[in-house]
Every structure is written in structure tokens, then in C-alpha cells.
Design a protein around this ligand. Structure first.
Ligand SMILES: Cc1cc2nc3c(=O)[nH]c(=O)nc-3n(C[C@H](O)[C@H](O)[C@H](O)COP(=O)(O)OP(=O)(O)OC[C@H]3O[C@@H](n4cnc5c(N)ncnc54)[C@H](O)[C@@H]3O)c2cc1C
Ligand code: SF4
Length: 498
């Protein structure tokens, strides 16, 4: 059954499969718009003179240009416009939390009701291109003869590689695992981002000419200085990896797992392979500790694998949970239970494996440095949750491996330290994405890496500070074209309502 309320003003404007169906398998939760739905939705766009949706997008996707072309049924033009600034269209369409500080949050139509479903229209366009009408990629500049080595094939590495290739440089990605996509491959569950979509998008970048060497861990199998001997610059995009742990008594018992490692085991080679190797890992009663999207990914994945009882334990209340409210709602619909204002104080077991988690009841005190009320235990109040396994998803920081083995200077929280030009402490080595910022979002890592790639290009061509980027050029040309056409049509750009 597909739930779709086109008239609805609220947080769920998109069609979804029913909770009963989706808790049983890993198929996609969001269902696509039909051509008619996409065109109708796009036609709600006001074509604002000041498109705040574009400013809110870390890769400045041409939302207005896409909506205008889709509303007119001109999908080829819509595709060309959005492909210009975003090399992973089907990926960001699906996994950006558009209503959380991104394009849909900024859309002015939100002030009077339901913002435009930008992600769904973008997804329609990505699916149209992937399944119905393959299109060429954006134009590239003549070959320069320069070479860049990119370390890490996640969203940041891929976005940087795509831009550097368009500038005519030879690009090689070195990736430790067997797959491109990084955390988007093994962290974002298949029910949000099917692997075929990610493979397709990454594959397009490879087809365009980027060379990929998988199964190579830089710092172990090859050093940064060796890469620098072979290339003119190195761009590091190694992401986040270093997980936070608990020192709670009993935390060493069997059955207590790092949730990020769990997701990696499930999704790196696929659910079937996981089930063959780890079928009994979770048992039937699973507790997940954490309040972010990763905790929800662990919980919803565990629910699908076990068909058992899955409870998320979080020390603050629901309002202060960092997770996307849409994800919380979906998890509840599927049957995930929540224990808010609860904090683990002890794990109990049979001497070998965990059998229960003791939680202290919490209350909210004064606001802390994050602006949220600080959770404090209520003296003398605790309870025990029975469990066969525990998944800890309490955050992770930048992958510190490379900076440790290669002596790169580290910044706050172990991030690789970079200056305003994305240069690391090693000459010729640049860095970007989550490796330098800590865990963010796919689209933020891509935007950051693209800026870094721009600086690498300027470094290689000696054009520091004097070069208008390809993506800036797109808007300079488009704006002139738009304004001229609007003038001919006697139109004014729609301004945001007062
Ligand atoms: C569970 C989970 C769910 C998430 N869900 C979402 C979501 O729904 N939407 C969203 O926008 N964001 C989500 N994120 C965040 C998002 O995945 C990251 O912000 C994004 O992938 C960061 O991109 P990156 O390229 O900087 O790093 P990564 O994606 O982590 O990629 C780094 C790559 O570098 C490789 N690598 C590391 N060290 C080396 C080395 N020494 N040599 C060679 N290769 C190396 C790694 O194998 C990896 O492939 C999620 C994160 C997690 C953990
Ligand atoms: S902000 Fe304006 S241009 Fe952007 S999607 Fe909303 S209505 Fe359209």
C-alpha cells in the first residue's frame, strides 16, 4: 500500500510504502512521484527572484531552474541544470534531510503551507535519467597534463574528483574498501539509498574518466609521499571512523557492539552476506543507545533483521533529539520503541554476554553549551531493560589513521587541520569533507570537497584567487540569461512574501 496525500500540509508530503511492508524488508521507504505528480509539484514553485532554496543548498543545486523546466515537461533541460553543480543527483535527492536547514526548509512557500518537495522532484529527475533517458555529463575543459590523487572514495572524494576531471586534470581515487560511496555505501541503509543508485552515480564519474584503485589503504599500502611523487597534488577525503565508546560498568560483555561497525557488517557486502555470517548476532531483544540518525539507522536495520523488539534509549527528551523528526516518525510507525530521558549506568550479563541494561531516569536541568537543557539523573530512580544485544551509536569523529601515520597536523577533535585554502601541514596535500569537519551530511561533504578541489585546481594552474569556478560561472551565465528572458516576457522575479 502506498500512502500519498497530495493535499496534505505537514511534514510528510511524499508517498511512502506502508509500515507493515517496510518493516519486513529493505526496499525503499519513499516511493517516487509519477511524471504528472512531479510536474504538478514543480509548478507550485514561485520561480523566486531571490531563490533562497539555492543559497541553502551546500552544492547550490539550481532548484528554481529545475522546477521551471520540470513544470514545463522539459526534463532534459531540468537534468542539465541540476547535473551542472551536483555529480551525485540520485543520492542527495534521497538522503538529504531537505527540511532540516536545507532547501525545503528555506523555500518561501513554507511560510504559507507545505514547502516544495524539492527532494522528490530531484529524485524524479535522477530516476528519469537513470532509467529512461541516459544523458551525457557536463562539459569538461581541455586536458592539462596535471595529475591529482584523491584519497577516499566517499561523497567528498567523488565530488572533488568529478570537478577536477572537468578541469582537465587526470584523477585517481585510492579507496580502502571494495566499493565507492564511503559512509553512504555502508552507513546509509538500503531502504533510504538503494545500492544500485549509488553505484550508478559513482559509475558515471568513473565512466567520465576518473581512475579508481580500490582495496588500497593509503598510509598502509602506499604512503602520501609516494602519491606525491606520482601526482602533482593529493586531496585527502577519508571521512569519519573513530567511534565514541562508553566506560559504563559491564561494557566489555559480549553482545555489546559499536553501531557503526554493525551497519558496516550489514551493508558493506549486503544483507544476505551479513545474515550468512552473523545471523545470531542480535538475538530478539535489541537496545540501541543514541539519539541521532545513526541510532535510528541501527534500530530500523535491527528491526528488519530480527523482526524482534527494538528499543532506542536516549538521555534527553524527544524534542531535543538530534535525529531528523521524519526518521523518528518512520521508526515509530515501523514499531521501534523509544525510552527517552534514560541513560545507561550498567550492563548486566551472565558473565559472558549481556542480558540487560540498567538505565537511570533523567530529568532536564539548565541549558548547556549546546543550548539544550542538560540531562541529569534523578537520584534513586533506575530500571533494567532486558536485552540480547546492545548497539552503541553515540557519535564518531574524523578518521585519525592517516594523520597519525603520516604526521599530518590535527585540529579540534582529531580532524585533519587545514587552512583557508584547504592545505594541510604537508605541502601539496589538501584535505576536505568529514575528515576535516567531523561527521556532517553527504551534501555538505560534497560542497566542502568541491571548494577544496577548486583550490587544488588554482594551485595546479597558478591561478590562486583569480579563477571563477565552473559552478559560479554556471550561475553568472544563467542569471544573465534569465533576467534577459524575464525582461522580454515582461515578468518580474517573484520575491519572497512579506
Ligand atoms: C549511519 C550513518 C547514516 C548517515 N545517514 C546520512 C543521511 O541519511 N544523509 C546524509 O546526508 N548523511 C548521512 N550520513 C553522513 C554521511 O554519510 C557523511 O557525512 C558523508 O558520507 C561524508 O563523506 P566523506 O566523503 O567526507 O566521508 P566518507 O563517506 O566516510 O568516505 C570516506 C572514504 O575514505 C575511505 N578511506 C578512509 N581512509 C582511507 C585510507 N587511508 N586510504 C584509502 N581510503 C580511505 C573510506 O573507506 C571511505 O570510503 C550518515 C552517516 C552515518 C554514520
Ligand atoms: S524558494 Fe522559491 S524558487 Fe525555491 S523552490 Fe521555493 S518557491 Fe521555488
Amino acid at each position: 500500500m502506498v500512502v500519498f496525500r497530495p493535499d496534505r500540509v505537514g511534514p510528510f508530503p511524499f508517498p511512502k510504502s506502508s509500515p507493515e511492508t517496510r518493516r519486513k524488508d529493505f526496499s525503499e521507504v519513499e516511493q517516487p512521484y509519477t511524471k504528472e505528480q512531479a510536474m504538478l509539484e514543480a509548478d507550485r514553485c514561485l520561480r523566486c527572484g531571490t531563490p533562497v532554496c539555492i543559497d541553502a543548498c551546500p552544492v547550490q543545486l539550481d532548484v528554481r531552474g529545475m522546477m521551471d523546466a520540470v513544470a514545463n515537461g522539459d526534463f532534459k533541460t531540468a537534468y542539465e541544470r541540476i547535473r551542472e553543480t551536483n555529480p551525485l543527483l540520485g543520492v542527495t535527492a534521497r538522503c538529504c534531510p531537505q527540511l532540516q536547514g536545507l532547501c525545503e526548509d528555506a523555500c518561501v512557500v513554507r511560510w504559507g503551507g507545505q514547502p516544495l518537495s524539492i527532494g522528490m522532484v530531484q529524485r524524479f529527475m535522477a530516476d528519469w535519467e537513470q532509467n529512461e533517458s541516459r544523458q551525457p555529463g557536463p562539459a569538461s575543459e581541455p586536458k592539462t597534463g596535471k595529475k591529482v590523487a584523491v584519497v577516499g572514495g566517499g561523497p567528498a572524494g567523488l565530488a572533488a574528483a568529478a570537478l577536477l576531471l572537468r578541469y582537465g586534470h587526470g584523477v585517481t581515487i585510492y579507496e580502502e574498501s571494495d566499493h565507492l560511496g564511503g559512509t553512504a555505501w555502508y552507513g546509509i541503509p538500503d531502504y533510504h539509498l538503494p545500492k544500485d543508485v549509488l553505484s550508478y552515480e559513482a559509475g558515471r564519474i568513473v565512466e567520465a574518466g576518473v581512475v579508481v584503485k580500490t582495496g588500497v589503504k593509503v598510509g598502509r599500502d602506499v604512503s602520501l609521499s609516494l602519491l606525491l611523487d606520482e601526482a602533482d597534488a593529493v586531496l585527502v577525503a577519508t571521512g569519519s571512523r573513530d567511534v565514541r565508546t562508553l566506560d559504563t560498568p559491564g561494557a566489555q560483555l559480549g553482545g555489546i557492539y559499536d553501531g557503526y561497525g554493525f551497519l558496516r557488517r550489514v551493508y558493506m557486502e549486503g544483507v544476505d552476506v551479513y545474515l550468512r555470517g552473523y545471523a545470531k548476532e542480535l538475538g530478539k531483544d535489541v537496545v540501541v543507545v543514541g539519539g541521532g540518525d545513526s541510532a535510528l539507522d541501527c534500530a530500523r536495520t535491527a528491526l528488519r533483521l530480527t523482526q524482534g523488539n527494538v528499543t532506542v534509549v536516549y538521555r534527553r527528551d524527544e524534542k531535543d533529539m538530534p535525529a531528523d523528526p521524519i526518521m523518528v516518525q518512520e521508526a515509530k510507525e515501523e514499531g521501534v520503541e523509544f525510552e527517552f530521558l534514560s541513560d545507561p549506568i550498567e550492563f548486566v550479563g551472565d558473565g559472558r554476554v549481556v542480558t540487560g541494561m540498567v538505565v537511570a531516569a533523567m530529568q532536564l536541568g539548565q541549558p548547556d553549551s549546546t543550548g539544550r537543557k542538560h540531562p541529569e539523573p534523578i537520584p534513586g530512580r533506575s530500571s533494567t531493560l532486558k536485552c540480547d544485544s546492545v548497539l552503541l551509536a553515540i557519535g564518531r569523529g574524523p578518521d585519525s589513521f592517516l594523520e597519525k601515520v603520516e604526521g599530518l597536523k590535527a585540529g579540534p577533535k582529531g580532524a585533519i587541520s587545514v587552512d583557508d585554502h584547504y592545505r594541510t601541514s604537508m605541502t601539496g596535500v589538501f584535505a576536505s569533507g568529514d575528515a576535516t569537519t567531523g561527521e556532517t551530511l553527504v551534501v555538505k561533504a560534497m560542497g566542502h570537497a568541491r571548494e577544496c578541489a577548486q583550490r587544488v585546481h588554482e594551485f595546479l594552474t597558478g591561478l590562486e584567487g583569480r579563477h571563477v569556478s565552473l559552478y559560479e560561472r554556471y550561475y553568472l551565465e544563467r542569471t544573465t540569461e534569465d533576467s534577459y528572458q524575464d525582461m522580454l516576457d515582461g515578468k518580474e522575479g517573484g520575491l519572497p512574501p512579506d
